[in-house]
Design a protein around this ligand. Structure first.
Ligand code: IPE
Ligand code: IPE
Ligand code: MG
Length: 246
């Protein structure tokens, strides 16, 4: 298949029957999962973090070598201080506890999103695990924390403007803007999954997912298993991705 407008081969793998190489997930429904059981929302977030481990472990055998997950949006600061601080604590613990295992299992962990607003200790942990797993190739796991697509595009635009001002870029191309995104060097997601029954994208990867396929499932994130993922991946293979072609 010819993909004339395919920037840097980022849309490769579009043939019918293909497996998605890059899956992105909007992990939604932790709060409802807990509330349904009469438990605090943070219990749902803790259970959700456990699911991330399980899903990430299943990916390589399912043929997925890029997994990008939405953990905290630029809009999630609107939540109660208790919930926000609780989530930040979960992120810190997750990185601390999983670092060893991920390094050993060949996971390359990276983060996207604005870091300035995050606690210094969390920022340091993020940088150190990124460095520690930089040589791993079994799974590329990218976690979006304080991520918003509009925020990312604004930060990227400012970087690009600086490159233009310095004379490094003259007439900006799509590739020049992509090189300024948090996801520079990552392939575009082939498939975006959102759990919990909501059918919106909530500011997740608006540039990168421009040609992604979408799956919306009513399952709440803490109930989402590798079997659910596997079934969704099977359905993906039935899709005919045309990228605007005839
Ligand atoms: C997703 O679950 C996790 C985050 C957004 C941090 P929610 O916390 O949004 O769960 P619901 O949508 O309220 O059930
Ligand atoms: C999207 O979920 C963000 C994450 C999963 C981190 P939200 O629960 O914040 O999205 P809305 O508010 O329903 O759009
Ligand atoms: Mg939600």
């Amino acid at each position: 298949m010819e993909l004339a407008q395919d920037v840097g081969g980022k849309m490769a793998g579009g043939a019918a029957g293909a497996r998605p190489r890059h899956v992105a997930i909007i992990m939604d429904g932790n709060g409802r999962w807990a509330t349904e059981r009469g438990w605090p929302r943070l219990v749902g977030h803790r259970r959700g973090a456990e699911r991330v481990k399980q899903i990430a472990r299943a990916c390589p055998d399912l043929g997925v070598d890029w997994l990008t997950i939405y953990a905290f949006s630029t809009e999630n600061w609107k939540r109660s201080t208790e919930e926000v601080l609780g989530l930040m604590k979960i992120f810190r613990r997750y990185i601390q506890h999983e670092a060893q295992g991920m390094a050993a299992e060949g996971v390359r962990l990276r983060f996207i999103g604005g870091r300035d607003r995050l606690d210094r200790k969390l920022q340091d942990l993020m940088a150190s695990i990124e460095a520690r797993t930089a040589g791993n190739t079994r799974l590329n796991l990218t976690v979006a924390i304080n991520y918003g697509g509009r925020d990312e595009l604004l930060r990227a635009s400012n970087r690009l403007a600086a490159r233009i001002a310095q004379g490094d870029v003259t007439e900006a191309t799509q590739a020049d803007l992509e090189a300024c995104l948090d996801t520079a060097g990552h392939p575009d997601p082939d498939l975006v999954i959102r759990t919990s029954g909501e059918t919106r994208t909530s500011n997740f990867l608006p540039w990168q997912a421009a040609y992604a396929e979408y799956e919306f499932t009513p399952t709440l994130w803490p109930d989402f298993t590798p079997e659910h993922l596997s079934r969704i991946l099977d359905r993906f293979g039935l899709r005919d991705r045309r990228f605007g072609g005839a």
